[in-house]
Write a protein that binds this ligand. Structure first.
Ligand SMILES: N[C@@H](CCC(=O)N[C@@H](CS)C(=O)NCC(=O)O)C(=O)O
Length: 232
């Protein structure tokens, strides 16, 4: 049986979507990011102390992009074997991992978790997030999916981030509706039953607890962050 350690965040939800799309059975272990990710047990699985983590019969995979690739190779689904189509899929997947995830993530940290306490920094990530939406829209010109005409793990990786753009209060100002190709892609992807199911696994903790976990999980500001955590 596959064991998924996760939470209701974009990086976690992309794996639920993939597991649903691939028709695999799995157990869900919801991790509260307000501290469960730093326990010795979790750290032994992932020294980077982040979800998602997948365990397949004792084999541990971390990093959501690597998990998606592992599952695609295990099932032979959603990752083309023809070299150019495969390369296009990995390229789109890496763009998600290297750009969409980190930039959207930092935007949410500064806009939401930090309550826009540093407007110039928020603005830097807002601008970059807008630019990335533009890149996605350009990528989707004359194609149905991010890597071409086939729906792949790259689409699954991006889906929860675009979903978040539609539901998170801090994303209201993002120019989503201006991007016609991206909107059409989202209609196609979000109408898939496995995407709809995957986006609900796991259900978030009650809103206040979920936000508390997000604030505590935020890393990267050294001493300022530690002081804030101590005061929270
Ligand atoms: N590159 C990693 C990023 C994973 C990640 O940032 N996970 C977040 C939730 S979306 C997390 O576990 N944060 C906990 C923390 O930073 O303490 C991946 O794609 O798996």
């Amino acid at each position: 049986m596959l064991e998924l350690y996760t939470d209701a965040t974009p990086n976690g939800l992309k794996i639920s979507i993939a597991l649903e799309e691939m028709g695999l059975e799995y157990n869900v272990h919801q991790v509260f990011l307000g501290g469960d990710q730093s326990t010795p047990e979790f750290t032994a699985m992932n020294p980077n102390q982040k979800i998602p983590v997948l365990v397949d019969d004792g084999y541990v995979v971390t990093e959501s992009g690597a998990i998606l690739q592992y599952l695609a190779e295990k099932t032979g689904k959603f990752l083309p074997t023809e070299p150019k189509a495969r390369s296009a899929t990995i390229e789109a997947l890496m763009f998600q991992m290297a750009s969409i995830g980190p930039m959207f993530g930092q935007y949410l940290v500064f806009a939401a978790a930090w309550g826009n306490e540093f407007p110039k920094i928020t603005d830097r990530y807002f601008t970059e997030t807008c630019r990335i939406l533009d890149v996605l829209n350009t990528r989707l010109e004359n194609r149905d999916y991010l890597a071409g005409d086939e729906y792949t793990i790259a689409d699954m990786a991006v889906a929860p981030w675009i979903h978040l753009c539609h539901i998170h209060p801090a994303t209201q100002n993002l120019p989503l509706s201006q991007h016609k190709n991206l909107s059409a892609w989202w209609s196609r992807v979000s109408s898939r039953p496995a995407v709809q199911k995957g986006l609900t696994v796991p259900e978030p903790f009650p809103a206040e607890k979920q936000f508390q976990g997000f604030k505590r999980a935020v890393v990267g500001l050294g001493d300022i962050h530690k002081q804030k955590q101590a005061a929270a």
